[in-house]
Design a protein around this ligand. Structure first.
Ligand code: TXE
Length: 480
């Protein structure tokens, strides 16, 4: 059985306790590799390697750092096929998606921050009339921790690591234990790219042990985390008394507001994606769909037809639209929400069942599911399901649409479909969300801030925000 190894101080190693965790292939339900069940000893070793590498790495020229990150980006691109296949097998997502979105974006993350760091600048403030001058010195924090989830494995792992390294930090990183493979492969590329030993350390293992050891480590001064809201809260509880810098990108229950005056065909096609892309396992998916009543029936009818036409299948098949969900426990969690639809006052309009894919009968497949709800406060409409399940509901006025959109504890992203500029701007301003898309979805410019409000997290990453997060600003005041 293939063993994934930790990448510590430039070397690939078994965990010190020699304990291993099964890694499942979601498309057939079989264990296909083993990953280290790392303990705090491995985290300590990774920390020591990172701490040793920090003085030199943080003093390298920006050109040097930029070149190494660019090398990593280029190597990911050169190995696109291998990485995309590994991601599809590990996660269950369609290979076509891994090839066109996940892996190219992982490469772009490194390429973007390779350039961004060369343009990063800080402020200067003249204290007029006082003969004093201030400038802000931004220095790297030291050893930082990056913890990422399973839904967009390399995409989100690199989204954290690239700015952390670009800013001059050294890193102890943990990918999700559910999807460790591409992070492991990334370690190999880092060696080829010439990343000095100890600058990036990738330790595999469970959240409550390996992940917790990173968060608890008193000398790891900043944590960038993406994952579930409950985990984020637990990390915040551990980190707060140690005054760590925290960036928490958590769950979402994003509204998709559809008005009668929208470009209907474009809206319908994009809504299909925002509902079911990556099996609905994207924190930005529009899982609550609200439609202006005058087009509600038409939308409902057309949306059901399009959803039924999506092919659930083996992730590697080129015509698969919806692959396998990431794990058996997650599949069961998502299905349990569908099962409570009736008691919650919902009606399953289409989907709702497990799918048996020929040749892969033990895989974790589920039909894309639309549930019509009457009460916006029902659990289906309030809790993050994080699967190929959306709720739909009509509304009558802009005020009602806004209240429905904001009526959840989350506030990550929102989508508005309308050709009325005034309406879109008024809604955009008042929506509880870190990101508002108008007449589009998941269009990401890497320079823009990314993150949420309310239970969707604290802090922003992306562009200059990420470089700010991964540096400490120091005011230097000179009197002359
Ligand atoms: O995520 P976890 P889970 C949501 C989604 C999903 C739910 C739970 O609703 O159903 O969260 O998913 C590590 N200290 N999202 O349980 O546990 C863990 O090992 C330090 C939304 O799979 O949050 C993994 O590397 N680390 C989300 C990472 O945290 C800990 C994407 C995320 O796992 C830890 C994924 C601890 N105590 C799930 N416990 C999004 N925002 O995109 C776990 N981890």
């Amino acid at each position: 059985m293939k063993k994934i190894l930790n990448y510590i101080n430039g070397e690939f190693k078994a965990p010190t306790n020699n304990e291993w965790i099964d890694n499942y292939n979601p498309s057939n339900g079989e264990v296909y590799s083993l990953i280290p069940n790392s303990s705090s000893d491995d985290i300590e070793e990774a920390y020591k390697a990172a701490a040793k590498a920090f003085p030199k790495w943080s003093n390298t020229t920006l050109e040097y750092r930029s070149k190494i990150l660019s090398n990593i980006a280029n190597l990911i691109e050169e190995n696109l096929e291998e990485f995309a296949l590994a991601e599809a097998i590990d996660n269950g997502k369609p290979l076509s998606l891994a090839k066109t979105i996940d892996i190219p974006r992982a490469s772009s993350n490194f390429q973007f921050f390779a350039h961004a760091i060369t343009q990063f600048s800080s402020e200067a403030h003249e204290s007029v009339g006082l003969n004093a001058f201030n400038f802000t010195l931004r220095t790297p924090i030291g050893v930082v921790g990056c913890i990422s989830p399973w839904n967009l494995p390399l995409y989100l792992f690199s989204w954290k690591i690239a700015p952390a390294l670009a800013a001059g930090n050294t890193v102890v990183a943990k990918p999700s234990e559910v999807t460790p493979m591409t992070a492991y492969l990334l370690g190999k590329l880092c060696v080829k790219a010439g990343l000095p030993n100890g600058v990036l350390n990738i330790v595999h293992g469970l959240g409550h042990t390996t992940g917790q050891a990173i968060v608890e480590h008193e000398k790891i001064k900043a944590i960038s985390f993406t994952g579930g809201t409950a985990t984020g809260a637990s990390i915040a509880r551990t980190a707060a008394p140690m005054f760590k810098k925290l960036s928490l990108e958590l769950g979402g229950k994003n509204p998709n507001l559809i008005f009668a005056d929208c470009d209907y065909d474009k809206m319908l096609n994009v809504t299909l994606k925002s509902s079911f892309a990556n099996q609905g396992q994207i924190c930005l998916c529009g899982s609550r769909i609200f439609v202006e009543r005058s087009i509600y029936y038409k939308f409902k009818t057309d949306f059901i037809v399009k959803t039924k036409a999506l092919k659930v299948g083996y992730p590697i098949d080129p015509d698969t639209n919806i692959g396998a969900l990431v794990s058996k426990p997650h599949l069961e969690k998502v299905k349990s929400y569908i099962d409570i639809a009736e008691t919650e006052g919902g009606t399953v309009l289409c989907g709702g069942n497990y799918v048996t894919v020929e040749g892969y009968e033990n895989g974790y497949y589920l039909e894309p599911t639309i549930i019509e709800v009457k009460d916006a406060n029902c659990r289906l409409n309030q809790e993050e399901i994080f699967g190929p399940v959306v709720t739909i509901m009509p509304f009558d006025t802009d005020e009602e649409a806004l209240a429905l959109a904001n009526g959840v504890k989350y506030g990550l992203s929102s989508t508005i479909w309308t050709n009325n500029l005034t309406r879109s701007m008024q809604l955009a301003k008042h929506l509880h969300a870190g990101i508002v898309w108008i007449n589009t979805w998941l269009m990401r410019d890497l320079r823009t801030p990314f993150g949420g409000v309310k239970d969707s997290g604290v802090g922003r990453e992306g562009g200059v925000e990420a470089l700010r997060f991964f540096t400490e600003p120091k005011n230097i005041c000179i009197k002359y």
